[in-house]
Ligand binder design. Structure first.
Ligand code: SF4
Length: 216
């Protein structure tokens, strides 16, 4: 778990945090479709803005944060609480482009566990119960992120992505869940991953089950 050292939440700062705005592309209650928490009902908060810009990105609409409304923390948290979810997943875009302290503190105060999916290419912020690092060669993760990684999930198109996965795994804590995920539009990556995981059982496979099941 990552948490700002020595931070204590005060009532006064909580009300101030409620006023902080984030560019929000979408938020919705769904089932986590991939990674170590696959199958868990989760409230997804997709913040806009990304400076990584992977060519195969399936949420390119998230890149330009100016195209999306700025929503107050109070409103986002209230929608998450009303959904009945016990997990919030903050994703993007690249969510660490924003200071996550206000949003994560208020989510946690309201009883939600906070997970994040990040490329790790911007500094950590906020209070995070689970960090999924999905490193991208286009903008590498910062060294300061690695000690806090709970799950390393690498999207694979070709062999060199597996080499990239191993390079990142070397920097993660020993108990990190190691997952390779086929790129959805590159079916040939499946054989590559299956073969690799059979020979290297410390790795597992993450599938985008929400796409197979058509869960939004
Ligand atoms: S880091 Fe994520 S949101 Fe940004 S371009 Fe890559 S896949 Fe898309």
């Amino acid at each position: 778990m990552y948490s700002l050292k020595g931070h204590k939440v005060k009532k006064k700062s909580a009300s101030k945090f409620d006023e902080v705005e984030y560019p929000l592309m979408e938020d919705f209650y769904t089932i986590q479709g991939e990674g170590a928490h696959t199958g868990k009902p989760s409230y997804f908060i997709r913040l806009a803005g990304c400076d990584v810009q992977c060519w195969w990105c399936d949420v390119k609409d998230s890149w330009d944060e100016s195209k999306h409304p700025r929503i107050k923390t109070r409103e986002i948290v209230s929608r998450a609480v009303d959904s009945g979810a016990t997990f919030a997943v903050i994703t993007g875009g690249e969510p660490l482009l924003h200071n996550l302290e206000p949003l994560t503190v208020r989510l946690k105060e309201n009883g939600l566990q906070v997970h994040i999916e990040t490329s790790g290419s911007s500094p950590l912020s906020g209070h995070l119960d689970w960090i999924t690092l999905s490193p991208k060669r286009f903008k590498k993760p910062l060294d300061e992120v690695f000690p806090y990684v709970d799950e390393l999930k690498v999207v694979v198109l070709k062999n060199k992505d597996i080499e990239w996965a191993e390079l990142n795994a070397e920097k993660c804590p020993g108990n990190t869940r190691l997952l390779l995920q086929p790129e959805w539009d590159t079916p040939s990556s499946v054989d590559l991953i299956v073969d690799y995981v059979k020979k290297n059982p410390e790795w597992g496979i993450s599938l985008q089950t929400h796409k197979y099941l058509n869960v939004p």
